[in-house]
Write a protein of this length. Structure first.
Length: 434
């Protein structure tokens, strides 16, 4: 029986993307069956995309955080840029070709590829794309129904148009950083959160699908611009609305809730925790019974949510005394049996071993020549008629040059060798690039 066609099979997407938001967007489209081709350059290395640097010594890699520059087993290998965990987590089901767009002949190669493609996605600073002379107008001159998704941090016009940003910068600009942390600390204590990248990748893929739908109905391509900072505003809507309507500026709450009784409590074991929330009187009475705190249950000052919220500091020690004697899972189960909202704080090991995650088969094994076989996050969709999965491991740099140049673009073997000699085609970065 033939394999069911995936929803976007037959569509070709070019990806000129960096770091996380853009590549993550491409991964959604690749999961759905589009042929996603990363357009990369042997003469330009973008830090935090394929790792921290093209080539890393053991001493350097031992001191890098895993997400931004580490490699499996802390072993750099001959091509550490193919072993970056952050990149490889969203590099499944894609292809990669190399061409140097600033070198002679590079633009002709690129335009030939645009002519047989449907979509181009990018999340570079506006000035970078202008330097490359890649715009919707230039693409449309080659293919009039092309769709272009741009994902600049702050949009392509306005005072911030040329500001470069990683996710942590966008988090600060939109105010998310001021909402995170404990009541007695300032934002400098916050750990890195890159919500804007994940949100931008998902919303960007949705925008591409909408533009493809429009093209199917009208025959027209279009330019779609997703300012990543603007995309995050809707995730913080209640805080902006509270300021607009009431003039209130919110600060940090730690693990507390603005109205309910809530906190993260230590459990038995080293650095083990459980989160507990109590919204109403019924949950409060159940909690008191579970933890054996009859005195709290009978305290008239704690008889409503407002009183409990105001006196949480008086309540927390009793809850903590109970949680410290139990594992996070045991505490969670005991509380949930009484319909009290609670959840264990999982480590990465807990997540991999979690029976629910395993039953959902979320992590899938995939192989890559430079990296070996590992478990990777699989597609986020489960579709009854078009099963999705990882059919190709994380793409290596320049892995599909032969396919793109010879099969798709029709260049001869002599021309292909010429592109190699000119530095367009390789599976490694040019000497001195870093």
């Amino acid at each position: 029986m033939p394999r069911p066609r995936r929803p976007l099979e037959g569509l070709r997407v070019l990806e000129i993307t960096v770091v996380w938001a853009g590549p993550y967007c491409g991964s959604f489209l690749a999961d759905l069956g589009a042929e996603v081709i990363r357009v990369e350059s042997t003469k330009t290395f973008v830090p935090l995309t394929r790792g921290a640097a093209p080539h890393l010594s053991q001493a350097v890699i031992d001191n890098l955080p895993l997400y931004s520059g580490g490699t499996p087993g802390r072993v750099p290998g001959d091509r550490p840029f193919n072993r970056s965990p952050m990149f490889n987590s969203h590099a499944r089901n894609k292809k990669s070709m190399t061409v140097n767009l600033l070198d002679p002949g590079g633009r002709e190669i690129f335009d030939r590829l645009v002519a047989i493609s449907d979509v181009l996605i990018e999340n570079n600073p506006t000035e970078t794309m202008e330097k490359l002379d890649i715009s919707y107008e230039s693409l449309r001159a080659v293919k009039d129904d092309i769709i272009m998704l741009r994902m600049p941090a702050y949009g392509s016009n306005g005072p911030y148009r040329d500001y470069r940003a990683h996710g942590v910068h966008i988090e600060g600009v939109v105010g998310h950083t001021m909402l995170r942390g404990y009541e007695d600390t300032d934002p400098s204590y916050n750990t890195t959160v890159l919500m804007s990248d994940a949100a931008g990748g998902a919303q960007g893929a949705f925008a591409v699908l909408a533009a493809l739908r429009h093209r199917k109905r009208t025959g027209e391509g279009q330019l779609v611009e997703l300012g990543q900072a603007e995309n995050v505003f809707s995730f913080l809507g209640e805080y902006y609305l509270d300021y607009a309507m009431n003039g209130r500026i919110h600060g940090t709450l730690g693990n507390r809730h603005p109205r309910a009784l809530q906190n993260c409590y230590p459990c038995a074991g080293e650095n083990r925790w459980v989160v507990i929330t109590v919204y109403d009187d019924e949950q409060w009475h159940a909690l008191c019974e579970v933890i054996g705190a009859s005195d709290l249950k009978q305290d008239p000052g704690l008889g409503n949510a407002e009183g409990r919220h105001a006196r949480q500091a008086d309540i927390d020690p009793a809850i903590e005394m109970w949680t410290r004697e139990r594992s996070p899972e045991a505490a969670m189960n005991a509380l949930q049996e009484r319909s009290i909202p609670s959840g264990m704080v999982m480590t990465q090991a807990d997540v991999f071993a979690d029976p629910h995650v395993q039953s959902r088969r979320f992590f899938e094994e995939a192989f890559q020549e430079d990296c070996g076989t590992h478990l990777y996050p699989g597609p986020l969709y489960k579709m009854s008629e078009t099963p999705l999965g990882i059919h190709r491991g994380p793409v290596m740099f320049g892995q599909d040059n032969g396919y793109v140049y010879r099969d798709l673009l029709g260049y001869s073997e002599e021309e292909y060798e010429g592109f190699k000699a000119a530095g367009h085609v390789d599976t490694d970065y040019a000497p001195g690039v870093g």
